[in-house]
Design a protein. Structure first.
Length: 378
């Protein structure tokens, strides 16, 4: 059996109270907020928490549902527990790669006249009309678009922007030009990104009661969250990771200073590729250091921002994915433990000189992402 102890921070308590008291929120968010507030045993709680059985009677939901909410909060964090998780069930494949590719292409095209957007049934009918397949149900189509992370019926679901976005393609092509530059130790190309990590303590005990079979009980306690800063130079196979309690402008500025002084003390100008977050700004230097030092650091860098909806263009995101898959895919209770494990991972990757072989170019973008380029009338 697993037991999950909820210890909410002051900020989390305030945000959850706002959800249940005002604003438009999903039923999932309301239910999760009520469960977490009533189960909270932290120092900012009004009481010491109540049992699942009592919450179940008030909210008219099962106790297993309450446990699932608590588990999701512990393992995935504050934001994730307020959103509905898509099903991860695997289905038997009914269409091959060629049919799947045609389905993706159809999803990216304009819907038929008279329709504002594609629906699953409309896609299924169109696949048969075009003789891509003899028969396909809307359920099978739904599995296909889900696998490829497509939501043609939902405008907000696209990872990249809608058609003819000149701002996106301008920034994208600039980033891709940066990536194809040859290695230059005086002007290194460095990618920077950040990611959260939950602090989860796993406590196990084996109660031995007379007349009962021995069984192992687990209790999971969330101790907040830490931030992971990642900087990597894809062409050199070098990376630096830093674990911080927060991800403020000051934390970012101090990490950028480490890049300049520890990774590239001799470089003339560092091309830093990163997402366009409000904390990723030169003003952070002046809020953290004296003006002379802030100006010196600003002059060491050329900031290259990925476009909005274009975080996939940041190669540091690839490196963070490797870190999460190889090192952080388990429970860790303290910032000290995460620092120790990440440092060992970082040294291993640096010793192997693990590089990223980026293949996507502007020529390919103009073909595969043609719909993003504005139409020029002559």
């Amino acid at each position: 059996m697993a037991h999950y102890t909820i210890l909410l921070s002051k900020t989390e308590v305030q945000e959850l109270n706002e959800i249940i008291s005002k604003g438009r929120h999903t039923s999932q968010a309301f239910r999760s907020a009520y469960i977490l507030l009533n189960c909270d045993k932290g120092v900012y709680s009004d009481d010491t928490g109540i049992k699942n059985e009592e919450i179940s009677k008030v909210l008219k939901i099962g106790e297993r549902t309450i446990d699932r909410v608590k588990k999701k909060f512990i393992e995935e964090g504050f934001e994730c527990v307020l959103e509905r998780r898509p099903s991860g069930q695997n289905y038997k494949k009914k269409i091959d790669g060629d049919i799947e590719a045609k389905l993706v292409q159809l999803c990216c095209s304009e819907p038929p006249e008279g329709f504002a957007k594609w629906s699953l049934r409309l896609l299924a009918d169109r696949m048969v009309e075009l003789k891509y397949i003899d028969y396909i149900s809307h359920v099978t189509v739904g599995r296909g678009v889900k696998k490829n992370e497509l939501k043609p019926w939902k405008v907000k679901g696209w990872v990249i922007p809608p058609e003819q976005n000149s701002e996106f393609v301008a920034n994208m092509e600039y980033v891709l030009d940066i990536y194809k530059m040859p290695y230059d130790e005086d002007h290194p190309v460095v990618c920077m990104d950040e990611s959260p990590k939950q602090l989860i303590e796993e406590v196990a005990s084996t109660p031995m009661k007379q007349g009962q079979e021995a069984r192992l009980d687990y209790e999971y306690i969330r101790h907040g969250i830490v931030n992971i800063f990642m900087a990597n130079e894809p062409l050199k196979g070098k990376r630096m990771v830093e674990i911080t309690e927060r991800k403020t402008k000051t934390d970012w500025a101090k990490f950028i200073k480490r890049i300049a002084e520890e990774m590239y003390p001799q470089a003339k100008k560092i091309k830093l590729v990163m997402d366009n977050f409000k904390t990723h700004d030169a003003s952070a230097f002046y809020e953290t250091f004296e003006p002379e030092e802030a100006k010196r650091l600003r002059d060491r860098f050329e900031f290259v921002y990925t476009p909005k909806h274009g975080s996939w263009l940041n190669m540091a995101e690839i490196e963070l994915h490797v870190l999460n898959g190889q090192c952080l895919n388990r429970h860790m209770a303290t910032q000290k433990e995460i620092k120790s494990e990440v440092e060992a991972w970082q040294n291993h990757r640096n010793n192997k000189i693990s590089k990223i072989n980026w293949q996507f170019t502007n020529d390919q973008a103009r073909i595969k992402l043609k719909r993003l380029y504005p139409s020029i009338s002559t």
